[in-house]
Ligand binder design. Structure first.
Ligand code: HEC
Ligand code: HEC
Length: 332
């Protein structure tokens, strides 16, 4: 049998994809499965993502606030950090976060790798230091071996820790939602109400800000375009990064993928239900008051954006050794 070169295969694939782009004129595109993942690095990153030993208390991991069994969030208004501290802002989902133009509500981290070092050393989150995180991992030979193998370079450091976590996060995409199947041509994948909801979503102008494969995540926009938003959080958005007054109250537009699972909503977590979030968006962003049946249809459409959730074997962490610094959960 003649073997096609990877390049020829790639071109053939690209042509078929283009030719069959039923969604070519749609503002939303399907999510594709993660590509070009370094499997060994992602496996290491998965362990680190779930490892509470990267926190001062030995109790908080990335998964505590971005629970992969709950849409990559904690479903709390604002997160709980070290010593039961009340966080200042709602935790966005990590699902599909690799598609964001930047990380955090105000975009202060340029990518997932830049983001991943933050929470470990944040006194209000994991409350550790990078030095201690490295010490913990260095005290566990199985971790050291894995780091050496994955990076082909001796030693554990923060750069490797954040690279591995970011590589794992790149795998956390959610393709194959009913909406995506509909986009790709399976017209029975959505009910009439869901299709009507999508039409309302487009025709009302929601897609002006919520578009692309992640249905958001690709721009900063003002919260409260037509009417001001009375936020319960002191956060002011993008202005914190740019210092420009025009950026006050601009936030990264959240992805609406899996939005049924990522309640409560908005940067202050004040909207408890999708019905409420849709109503606020209509009025504040577009000056439009949706009727009850319209609201129901838009919510029905939004729920069709739930895709395949990450599915994998739980990582088994290598055990601590006699040398591993012990957690200090109750120390002030
Ligand atoms: C105590 C809760 C908590 C822990 C622990 C935590 N996070 Fe977060 N995470 C948050 C909150 C809250 C935000 C939003 C902060 C902001 O925007 O100012 C956030 C934001 C993020 C974002 C940006 C998503 C977006 O759309 O902007 C990513 C990615 C992320 N965290 C990954 C991680 C990783 C990886 C870890 C572990 C190293 C971690 N988080 C640990 C609460 C937490
Ligand atoms: C002008 C840009 C813009 C338009 C138009 C817009 N949105 Fe938003 N949307 C945002 C921003 C910005 C946020 C985050 C606001 C915040 O948290 O303070 C958001 C948040 C949301 C959320 C909450 C998501 C979450 O995880 O917290 C939902 C749901 C939502 N929008 C739906 C809609 C719907 C439905 C429409 C149309 C009726 C719409 N949006 C129109 C910019 C927009």
């Amino acid at each position: 049998m003649l073997k096609k070169s990877p390049l020829a295969l790639g071109i053939a694939l690209a042509i078929t994809t283009l030719a069959s782009s039923a969604w070519a004129n749609e503002p939303i595109q399907p999510i594709e499965p993660a590509k070009e993942i370094n499997g060994a690095m992602a496996e290491l990153g998965k362990k680190l993502y779930f490892d509470p030993r990267l926190s001062k208390s030995g109790f908080i991991s990335c998964n505590s606030c971005h629970n992969l069994s709950m849409g990559g969030t904690d479903n709390l208004k604002t997160s709980i950090g070290d010593h039961w501290q009340q966080g200042p802002i709602n935790a966005p989902t990590v699902l599909n976060s690799s598609m964001n133009l930047a990380q955090f509500w105000d975009g202060r981290a340029k990518d997932l790798k830049a983001q991943a070092g933050g929470p470990i050393a944040n006194p209000g989150e994991m409350a550790f230091t990078h030095k201690l995180a490295v010490e913990v991992l260095e005290s566990i030979p199985a971790y050291v071996d894995e780091f050496n193998k994955v990076f082909g370079k001796e030693g554990v450091d923060v750069d490797k820790i954040t690279s591995a976590i970011a590589e794992f996060e790149k795998t956390l995409v959610t393709p194959n939602s009913r909406f995506d199947r509909w986009l790709k041509g399976d017209k029975a994948a959505l009910t009439a109400d869901e299709q009507a909801g999508y039409k309302l979503f487009k025709d009302s102008g929601c897609t002006g800000c919520h578009n692309g494969p992640a249905v958001g995540g690709n721009s900063f926009q003002k919260m409260g375009v037509i009417e001001p938003y009375q936020a319960k959080s002191p956060a002011e958005g993008l202005v914190a990064v740019t210092g420009k007054d025009a950026d006050r109250f601009k936030f990264k537009v959240p992805t609406l993928r899996n939005v049924e699972m990522t309640y409560p909503y908005f940067h202050d977590g004040e909207a408890e239900t999708l019905a409420e979030a849709v109503d606020v968006m209509g009025r504040l962003q577009l000056g439009k008051k949706f009727s009850e049946p319209e609201n129901v249809q838009i919510v029905a459409f939004l729920k069709s954006l739930t895709g395949d959730q990450p599915a994998f074997q739980m990582p088994v962490m290598p055990p601590s050794t006699d040398k591993t610094p012990r957690p200090t959960p109750f120390e002030k």
